[in-house]
Design a protein around this ligand. Structure first.
Ligand code: PMP
Length: 356
């Protein structure tokens, strides 16, 4: 017999990372994990190299330098900040801080696939509220789903994998309906890619609402996916609880220094984001001109609802040299990458049948 393990782990959904570009062909572009295609900035690389010289030491557990930079950048007290091993690490800390057996966690579905996993691990129950037919959060239905067991609600804005957003008025109306003792996590992993002025900045919501927590990451716009650093902005009791539930030393010194250097190089990094947003516009317009239905995306990826043809489409992409992210039976999420990769994608979509 093996050691007794928690029964909740038995049917836990497994996190499937986006496949890497092992196409066997001459080119392989990875458009499967919403990464930033630009290589690290030389200055950021230098700060990481310098930090690497002392990796025999533990990192600064309090992330002092990074906290101070973030505090200044967002105009929030350091006591309202918490860091973690990627924003998925912070999300797990949020679950640990708020939810356990008997508690309920509400989120839209489909959305970020880590939500059901970390909810299950916490012992709490997932309450998944289907997206609207237009692939947008159904905030009315989410508010209707609140019970006295609800402890946490995720609002993924923009939503992964659809790229769709919820706008100011509807989000404010929703937040008005959430009881004060329920934490609303606005997951803004793709915040920097938003160009729709009607989408509220979660940080502004947090300033007026003690039960709002904003989740951000250095993985996407800042290009530090491999270094694992994310953070939350929340009022003091929540931020303090996040620091308690963090894995000790979970953010390496390399990650801390890279994050600080990235904040200081923000203009250049956000310029790259601007170029990716232009690519997004180019790809979405081309696909629509080809006859595809593409939901309005404000992230660095787009969503094609291919249903049963999902795996065929993913295989066609792979054959052509780009790896995308299929959700079997539902659709394909394609990251906006470098122009050459996007061009290959558009060649596939041009010939792939639009309807059955
Ligand atoms: N939130 C959302 C919505 C995401 O899509 C992702 C990454 N796929 C994350 C959080 C986690 O990113 P990271 O842990 O790299 O910060």
């Amino acid at each position: 017999t093996s050691p007794r393990l928690r029964a909740v782990l038995d049917d836990i959904p497994t996190y499937k990372p986006g496949k890497s570009a092992e196409t066997g062909g001459p080119v392989g572009y990875k458009l499967s994990s919403n990464e930033n295609p630009y290589p690290p900035l030389p200055g950021v690389l230098e700060s990481v190299t310098a930090a690497a010289c002392s990796f025999n030491r533990y990192p600064d557990m309090a992330c002092t330098g990074l906290m101070s930079e973030l505090s200044e950048r967002f105009g929030v007290p350091q006591s309202h900040l918490a860091t973690g091993t990627g924003s998925v690490g912070v999300a797990q800390q949020l679950l640990q801080a708020t939810s356990g057996p008997g508690d309920e966690v509400i989120y839209a579905w489909r959305s970020f696939e880590a939500y059901p996993i970390i909810t299950r691990i916490s012992g709490a129950t997932s309450v998944q509220v289907p997206l609207t037919p237009g692939d947008v959060h159904d905030l009315d239905a989410m508010a209707d789903a609140i019970t006295d067991r609800t402890r946490l609600i995720f609002v993924c804005n923009p939503n992964n994998p659809t790229g769709t957003v919820v706008r100011r008025e509807e989000l404010e109306r929703f937040l008005d309906r959430v009881p004060d003792d329920v934490l609303v996590v606005v997951d803004e992993a793709y915040r920097e890619f938003i160009r729709d002025a009607q989408v509220p900045d979660g940080v502004e919501l947090y300033r007026r609402r003690p039960n709002v927590c904003v989740l951000r990451t250095f993985s996407k716009a800042y290009g530090l996916a491999g270094l694992r650093v994310g953070f939350a902005i929340a009022h003091e009791p929540v931020a303090a609880a996040l620091r308690k539930t963090a894995v000790p030393f979970g953010v390496s010194q390399l990650a801390q220094e890279a994050a600080i250097a990235s904040l200081r190089a923000e203009d250049e990094l956000l310029g790259r984001v601007g170029s990716l947003v232009c690519e997004r516009t180019r790809v979405v317009e081309a696909l629509r001109a080809q006859g595809w239905t593409v939901p309005e995306t404000q992230a660095n990826f787009l969503w094609l609802r291919l249903g049963e043809r999902t795996m065929d489409f993913a295989a066609a992409c792979e054959q052509a040299g780009v790896v995308v992210r299929p959700f079997p039976g539902e659709g394909v999420r394609v990251t906006i990458g470098e122009a050459e990769a996007n061009d290959i994608l558009m060649k596939v979509t041009e010939v792939f049948p639009k309807e059955r």
